[in-house]
Design a protein. Structure first.
Length: 354
């Protein structure tokens, strides 16, 4: 009997959450009641510890149930709906066959385009663990507080600096979380901060999803051996490594950037039809989230090429979508943030971001 990707995911992961939003809300309530913040009501504690979900127009117009979702997580479902809304009909037909199964915390951050098996009825399964999602969300807060601290001239510079420091500290110690640093800022600064944070988080998550979609649509996940491997190598001009699995990673990164950024109907473009910096820089922070799981991002990691190589190639790819000055700015922001992490925690044995 053939199975669809959603069935495959829950059959292989019996303890996986059917609805991550309900699970997060329930967990946050239990944690708040068990150990409430001394200066924060439970409702506010839940809001500060829950990643918000956002609805698309399609979701608002129709009575959507989780049975129709493309994921067991509403945010991942929203990203899939955005992709589906902004592609040609042929690609849309394929995207409707996807399911993204979100897993709980694991030892290392990871997302995976699962190999297609004969019993799957033309479907595509992607798994995405909480560890990667959480790492991206924490780096998003560092990024947002950094750009607002650096760009602010005025009386709130000191408070923004304290917020940035607190976000750095939370990368490795969640007990350092103190919502007061953000809540004591004026409302208009909070709103600007939240907008930057959301766009960056959306962009980084969308890049991960698009990367895994790329593995599937580029046929990297086809199990049976055929001429696909030879054809792919002949078609791939910009060869960097000598390992075909490494070339798959570079190809999926390229695919993801184009898939995410090339369509000007997409909401990530501003009124001047230029890509918003918060979206444009976000793929680099996926590399940073992965780099925080190793002490040497210049080393080969199994089937994956060195994170440094992927980072440098992403910079080159992103330069197709922005000016020389913009790519210089992306590099400067990234370098400063990574150097700040290195200065505070020294997680890496060598400089890999220059």
């Amino acid at each position: 009997m053939k199975k669809y990707p959603k069935d495959q995911f829950f059959d292989e992961n019996l303890n996986a959450q059917r609805n991550w939003d309900e699970y997060i809300l329930k967990t946050a309530k239990e944690e708040a009641q068990k150990d409430p913040h001394p200066h924060l009501p439970i409702d506010q504690f839940i809001e500060d510890n829950t990643i918000p979900s956002f609805s698309t127009e399609e979701e608002e117009e129709e009575d959507f149930t989780t049975e129709l979702w493309y994921s067991n997580d509403s945010f991942l479902n929203t990203i899939m709906l955005h992709f589906i809304d902004n592609v040609d009909e042929k690609t849309r037909h394929e995207l409707r066959k996807f399911f993204i199964g979100k897993l709980g915390p694991q030892k290392s951050p990871n997302a995976e385009a699962r190999n297609r098996k004969p019993e799957i009825d033309e479907g595509y399964l992607i798994t995405y663990n909480f560890t990667l999602d959480f790492g991206i969300s924490r780096l998003t807060e560092v990024y947002a507080s950094y750009i607002h601290y650096k760009g602010h001239i005025g009386e709130y510079k000191k408070q923004l600096g304290e917020l940035l420091l607190n976000n750095y500290m939370m990368l490795f110690n969640l007990e350092k979380f103190n919502p007061a640093y953000k809540r004591n800022l004026p409302l208009h600064i909070q709103e600007q901060y939240n907008e930057s944070s959301y766009k960056h988080y959306f962009g980084a998550t969308a890049f991960v999803v698009a990367h895994e979609i790329g593995h599937h649509l580029l046929k990297h996940t086809v199990v049976k051996e055929d001429s696909m491997m030879i054809t792919y190598k002949n078609d791939f001009i910009d060869m960097i490594g000598t390992n075909i699995d490494h070339e798959y990673e570079f190809a999926a990164d390229d695919f993801a950037v184009d898939f995410f950024l090339k369509d000007k109907r997409y909401e990530l473009y501003n009124k001047e039809r230029k890509i918003d910096l918060n979206y444009l820089t976000s793929p680099l922070y996926v590399m940073l989230a992965l780099a925080l799981d190793t002490n040497d991002p210049t080393a080969v990691d199994g089937d994956h090429p060195p994170i440094r190589d992927r980072y440098l190639k992403l910079l080159s790819k992103l330069s197709n979508y922005c000016t020389e000055g913009e790519i210089k700015l992306l590099k400067e922001i990234f370098r400063d943030i990574v150097q700040g992490i290195q200065d505070m925690y020294k997680p890496w044995i060598k400089v890999w971001w220059e």
